[in-house]
Ligand binder design. Structure first.
Ligand code: MN
Length: 414
């Protein structure tokens, strides 16, 4: 029995990334990856395609995706390739947007009303193995569903189990709530030749003998799902000698970049150039496929003379667009929460000099402990309706004033 194992396709997911073109391409990419998976199944002439849950993202399913998905399933049907699909937490009951689809005859759905066992027919028409599957009836399963999957007795044929579950020891488990939990030792001892799992979006081999695998999301969905993604090609033909091979299918790859060398970049041009250099260095080591499109997830941290601009979402958006253009990426997301000024006020407060006096004054005015002796009508931007009291207005104007003073007086070149 030869299989393709995928999970976490999340068709028609909504993306929050800023650029409209990137959102459109990301949404399209999930379906394109699925179509490539069908093409791989046809090219490899596998016996079955296993889908371990979260085929849909939930409340959305466009008419176009529904029609194209069923057309792809019929391509497999024509070639005699079976599909076993077990519901996950995003698509409980194997429904999307409340619709239950009219699957062709080759598709067996484990929607959540108990285990399903499928005898997989090989190309000769003879049974070549069995797949036991169980799906989720709703999105809040707390039982260990793996306990309800048992191999077919008295069979010499290979047997696979298909399930959407959070294995307690998996790498991703810290990032997930305890959901449909299962224990690796139980899975390993259950008597199956292969466990086809879904739910954790990073590809992971939990056990080699017997093989227990998460394929990861079919198409990466954000900056935490980096690296190549795709399907597992599983060959159980020779019992006791399984092979599991990864095949990259995703058209778009997310990659992360962390930059802690911000101190030397004093302009947006310098910062964008530094990020471009770092990105190109990373891509020289990992080039991706010839047609790979990229999404860059950049984390900036550390002291930067541009700290004030980097705290502004509009400025980050302008930098992100510039970097995306320079590196030829579809889009770029920048997290600058770890950026701070090149100097800290606490380290300089109490100085007996002009800087110390300026910091002290700014702090006291901002806190309303000192008045500047300016009349209300002299404050050009003051609006009583919006700002309330003069103190409140001045306090708002002076947010970040000490840091600004410090940087201007201490750091050269500004
Ligand atoms: Mn998922």
């Amino acid at each position: 029995m030869r299989l393709i194992h995928i999970a976490d396709v999340h068709l028609d997911s909504a993306f929050a990334t800023r650029r409209g073109e990137a959102r459109r391409r990301l949404r399209q990419a999930a379906f394109d990856a699925f179509r490539r998976c069908v093409e791989l199944a046809l090219a490899e002439r596998v016996d079955a395609l296993l889908i371990a849950g979260d085929l849909f993202d939930g409340q959305r399913l466009s008419f176009a995706t529904e029609l194209r998905l069923l057309a792809e399933m019929r391509r497999l049907e024509t070639e005699g390739i079976q599909v076993v699909y077990a519901a996950g937490n995003h698509d409980p009951g194997c429904a999307a947007a409340g619709r239950s689809l009219a699957w062709p005859s080759n598709v067996t759905v484990a929607a959540g009303d108990g285990p399903v066992v499928v005898a997989v027919a090989g190309r000769s028409g003879r049974t070549v193995g069995h797949v036991a599957a169980i799906g989720h009836a709703d999105a809040s399963v707390t039982d260990d569903l793996s306990r309800r999957l048992v191999p077919v007795g008295e069979s010499d044929l290979p047997q696979a189990a298909l399930l959407h579950t959070q294995v307690r020891s998996s790498v991703g488990s810290a990032g997930h709530r305890p959901y449909a939990p299962s224990a690796l030792e139980k899975l390993r001892g259950a008597g199956f030749d292969y466990w086809a799992l879904g739910h954790v979006h990073q590809r992971e081999e939990l056990s080699a003998d017997p093989p227990v695998h998460y394929p990861g999301s079919l198409q990466g969905r954000g900056g935490r799902e980096t690296g190549p993604s795709g399907a597992l090609l599983v060959d159980l033909s020779v019992r006791g000698q399984p092979t599991v091979e990864f095949r990259e299918l995703s058209p778009i790859r997310w990659e992360s970049l962390e930059s802690a060398e911000l101190a030397s970049a004093g302009t947006v041009d310098e910062l964008a150039a530094d990020l471009e250099t770092a990105w190109r260095r990373a891509r020289a080591e990992d080039r991706g496929g010839a047609e790979t499109e990229w999404m860059a997830a950049i984390t900036l941290a550390g002291a930067s003379p541009l700290w004030r601009e980097l705290a502004d979402p509009d400025e980050r958006a302008a930098l992100a667009d510039e970097v995306a253009n320079r590196i030829g990426a579809l889009g770029c997301e920048i997290d600058a929460r770890g950026v701070h000024p090149p100097a800290f006020v606490e380290d300089h407060a109490g100085r007996q000099d002009v800087l110390g006096a300026a910091l002290d004054l700014a702090g006291r005015v901002r806190a309303g402990q000192e008045r500047l002796g300016i009349a209300e009508e002299e404050l050009a931007g003051f609006d009583r309706g919006r700002d309330g009291t003069v103190d409140h207005y001045v306090g708002r104007l002076l947010a970040g004033a000490e840091e600004e003073l410090l940087v201007r007086m201490l750091v050269s070149g500004r």
